[in-house]
Design a protein around this ligand. Structure first.
Ligand code: ASP
Ligand code: MG
Length: 401
């Protein structure tokens, strides 16, 4: 007998039929002799709808009240799923985050899990009940409801798996697993059997929307093996783990991120400390700066170009103007860009990955604006209009056939 944590996202519980489908998966797992803890998200677009409701009344409402509202979506889905499981004749109980022992800090709307008191979970499992837990929420030291940030239910599931030392943590979604590229866009994209935490973290951060990146960080920290699989088609998914043993692959995936902007600052003084000042004022705003390029100084000035999330672009420009004595025309902000990346732990030991990527882009007639590399990733910044073509061309270079 094993203890299995199963998480179902919003699309997997979007309507009554989908909820019954999930109840079938859960009860099959239970009837096979396993203890089962289920974590669910709010149905479909419920969380977005709740945000809209809040904004209708007060767009500047306090975060505490927003969390109180947003957590309601998951309360609905746990009760509905528990009712569906009752209907299929299995013992079940639904629990809100706080009832399941989730203690978080007080950062409303972006709370971090501090601990999970597993007493209630264990007591319910001892009664041989299926336990259905609301994802995305907990309570802080004031006994107030907090939420973990958008997409936070993945993290709830991994945290429970870690706290209960579960044998398996399955994240069910509407795709069959993690692919070498977006299967809706790239013809030959193939499903991976396994991927390492580090590769998955890069892919999650780069915009592959299968797992929330905080959940991958947590899985890595507590060494929880996570399986990503489909709730609609019962086939094996992709296992995320420390070291992969099947499929030796140089490159594990090709992704694009269109949510970025390129900022160029021209004519900064060519003196020590300028980069430090620039990036520390941006860090103070919690803006994530990605690819950075600094020109060689000439005539006492230098240029710095970098990328930030599109959402932060405007405020970045304003911040730079506030902190540096340069004319407005010296800052250029381009949102018409995309970052295309290849990710793979294998490239650490294999030279030539970059040239394969650049050759594929050259053959497709795509101009590279900026390049950034890490041990397991190569990213290029290109024109937004070329993004899909670039992903296809690069994917083909690494995955011919
Ligand atoms: N319902 C929340 C959201 O939409 C949490 C989640 O789906 O994981 O962000
Ligand atoms: Mg959701």
């Amino acid at each position: 007998m094993a203890l299995i944590v199963q998480k179902f996202g919003g699309s997997s519980v979007a309507n009554a039929e989908r909820v019954m489908n999930v109840a079938n998966i859960v009860t099959d797992t239970y009837r096979a002799g396993n203890d089962v803890v289920v974590v669910v998200s709010a149905q479909g677009d419920t969380t977005d709808d709740l945000i809209e409701k809040a904004n209708e009344i007060n767009p500047r409402a306090s975060r505490r009240e927003r969390d109180m509202l947003l957590s309601a979506g998951e309360q609905m889905s746990i009760a509905l799923l528990a009712m569906a499981i009752e209907k299929l004749g299995c013992p079940v109980i639904s629990l809100l985050g706080w009832q399941a022992g989730f203690n978080t800090n007080s950062a409303y709307s972006a709370a971090r899990i501090k601990s999970i008191n597993t007493d209630r979970l264990n007591a319910e499992l001892d009664k041989h009940r299926i336990v259905v837990v609301a994802g995305f929420q907990g309570k802080n030291k004031y006994d107030d409801i907090t939420t973990l940030g958008r997409g936070g239910s993945d993290t709830s599931a991994v945290a429970i798996a870690a706290a209960l030392h579960a044998d398996r943590c399955q994240i069910f979604t509407d795709v069959e697993g993690v692919y070498t590229a977006d299967p809706r866009k790239v013809e030959n994209a193939k499903k991976l059997k396994e991927i390492t935490y580090d590769e998955m973290l890069e892919l999650a951060t780069l915009g592959a929307q299968v797992l929330n990146n905080r959940s991958v960080e947590m899985a890595k920290k507590y060494n929880v093996e996570v399986e990503v699989l489909s709730s609609l088609k019962r086939v094996p998914g992709t296992i995320v783990k420390e070291v992969t043993t099947v499929e030796k692959m140089l490159v594990r995936g090709v992704t694009k991120d269109n949510d970025i902007a390129r900022i160029s600052i021209i004519g900064l003084p060519d003196t020590p400390g300028i980069a430090f000042k620039l990036f520390s004022v941006l860090a103070a705003k919690k803006f994530n700066v990605d690819i950075i390029l600094q020109s060689v100084g000439r005539d006492g000035t230098k240029d710095i170009t970098f990328t930030v999330a599109k959402d932060n672009a405007e405020e970045t420009v304003a911040t730079v103007l506030e902190n540096f004595d340069i004319p407005k025309e010296n800052i250029v902000c381009d949102t018409n860009v995309s970052k295309v990346s290849v990710v793979g732990a294998g490239m650490e030991t294999h030279p030539g990955t970059a040239s394969t990527m650049f050759e594929a882009l050259y053959a497709a007639g795509i101009n590279i604006q900026m390049i950034a590399t890490s041990e397991i990733k190569i990213s290029v910044l290109i024109d937004l209009d070329d993004a899909d073509r670039a992903v296809a061309a690069v994917h083909k270079a690494f995955f011919p056939d």
